[in-house]
Design a binder for this molecule. Structure first.
Ligand code: ADP
Length: 449
């Protein structure tokens, strides 16, 4: 096992990784920008190094500065968290070149799934159902006939896309050319890749994903599914495990988990990963992408399985064999995660950086809070607006919901404007209680308030 690991991230996930390292007796090195000198991930780490000014391009994405911090502090491995450099195959290669272990899959696996058009083709070639769509990237001239063939509405997607960026629903033929052009522009400016592809737009779907874990010896397991249907602008807000829809649809879990394991095996995957699907109202499911990293919502899986995912990421990266066996894994109860963001639900959810006064996460049974800020700090405008995740675990969905409600109510967050009351409102909505929703539900709920 490693003696010292550098955490190449910030916010709640970096603080969490630092805590896991501490619990395992591994020394941690935090990196931080000038805006984060006093952040929880820095306070909790054994050592910390400033890697540049606030903008991510000059700090958390500065590969040279991060690699230098790792070498200077004598770290043996780099945990990239999620976002930032976590799905950057070039960075994974540079880590290896500098003699550092990248805690994640191989650069080849990152590349194989990083281009979403290529990932679709790989999945389809291995028998994993994909959304009907184009075979790989398309030319402008072919878009109209392809869309006609698929049938409207269609979705134009950027091959390099992520985080819900670079995706457009096209309801009618007249709107296609403009969507294609703007999707290309968006892909070029946000991801440096103007390749686009088409998918049939599945109406009223649910987003259900499968967590997998593979070691370097070809042994892998799935850790059941998460339901992440409650999204705004294709960004998840409330996630849960297991999926209530899977629970009431015979055969769906077996189909999803088998498909996820096939997709992972197809690319010789190792470490933790997530295979994402959309599922139509009849229970038919389609692969949409694979995330070759830890997910924001991984704690709901940890809650229902008792498996420490970050711990396993470290063990696997260090070469250990995965001792978990599929037949030993069980779903225990139900877990719900609420993302608390510094944003204003009354102003179209615009980010609201600002000073934090009292900040006191609840200490209640079955409630875990992963926070990226602390009392009397500042939420700055430079980063993602996620400030904390509240994860509630109970014997069943109703009990987990009740604990999430109690946790949100008891959470003291002063001065900062957040979406907490909005999320709390969702937990009381009859459709939420009945688990009767699709990926457009949260947007409709937000508008109808
Ligand atoms: P990103 O990489 O930007 O997160 P994804 O391909 O994972 O994009 O899609 C994000 C979300 O968009 C999904 O969770 C789902 O809500 C919606 N979505 C994606 N593809 C389709 C589709 N073909 N039909 C309907 N909704 C879709």
């Amino acid at each position: 096992m490693f003696d010292k690991v550098l955490v190449a991230n910030r916010g709640e996930i970096a603080a969490r990784i630092v805590a896991v390292l501490r619990a395992r007796g591994i020394r941690s090195v935090a990196v931080y920008s000038e805006a984060d000198a006093d952040a929880p991930h820095v306070r909790g780490a054994d050592e910390a190094m400033c890697v540049g000014p606030p903008p991510v391009a000059q700090s958390y994405l500065d590969q040279g500065a991060i690699l230098e911090a790792a070498t200077r502090t004598g770290a043996q491995a780099v945990h990239p968290g999620y976002g930032l450099l976590s799905e950057n195959a070039g960075f994974a290669r540079r880590c290896a070149g500098a003699g550092l272990t990248f805690v994640g899959p191989s650069p080849e696996a990152i590349d194989a799934m990083g281009d979403k058009a290529q990932a679709r083709a790989t999945a389809a070639a291995h028998g994993v159902p994909v959304v009907p769509g184009s075979d790989g990237p398309i030319e402008d001239a072919d878009a109209a006939s392809l869309a006609e063939h698929l049938g409207y509405p269609v979705l134009v997607k950027a091959a390099g896309g992520g985080g819900g960026i670079g995706m457009q629903v096209v309801p009618r033929p007249e709107k296609l050319a403009k969507a294609v052009a703007s999707c290309r522009d968006r892909g070029r400016s946000s991801f440096g890749n103007d390749a686009i592809y088409l998918e049939k737009y599945i109406e009223r779907p649910r987003h259900i994903e499968v967590q997998i874990l593979f070691d370097h010896h070809g042994h892998g397991v799935h850790l059941f599914e998460r339901e992440c249907t409650l999204q705004r602008r294709h960004q998840k807000v409330i996630e849960e495990a297991p999926s209530p829809f899977v629970a009431r649809t015979p055969g769906l879990r077996a189909g999803l988990t088998e498909a996820a394991l096939s997709a992972a095996r197809a690319i010789g995957y190792r470490n933790a990963g997530t295979v994402e699907f959309i599922v139509d109202p009849t229970g038919r499911f389609y692969f949409i992408e694979m995330n070759t990293r830890l997910q924001v919502e991984h704690p709901v899986t940890e809650a229902i399985t008792g498996v420490d995912l970050i711990g396993w990421q470290l063990d696997i990266a260090a070469g250990a064999a995965l001792s978990l066996r599929q037949e030993d894994l069980r779903v225990s109860g139900h877990a719900i995660e609420c993302r608390i963001c510094a944003e204003d639900p009354d102003l179209k959810f615009i980010p609201r950086p600002g000073p934090v006064g009292r900040f006191e996460p609840p200490t209640l049974p079955g409630v875990r809070v992963d926070a990226g800020i602390a009392a009397h700090q500042q939420v700055t405008p430079y980063y993602d607006s996620l400030v904390a995740k509240l994860i509630a675990h109970g014997a069943d969905r109703a009990a987990a919901t009740e604990r999430a409600r109690a946790g949100l109510d008891a959470f003291v967050i002063e001065t900062l404007v957040t979406n907490r009351a909005f999320v709390r409102g969702v937990l009381d909505a009859p459709d939420f209680i009945a688990a009767d929703f699709d990926t457009g539900w949260l947007e409709r709920f937000a508008k109808g308030r």
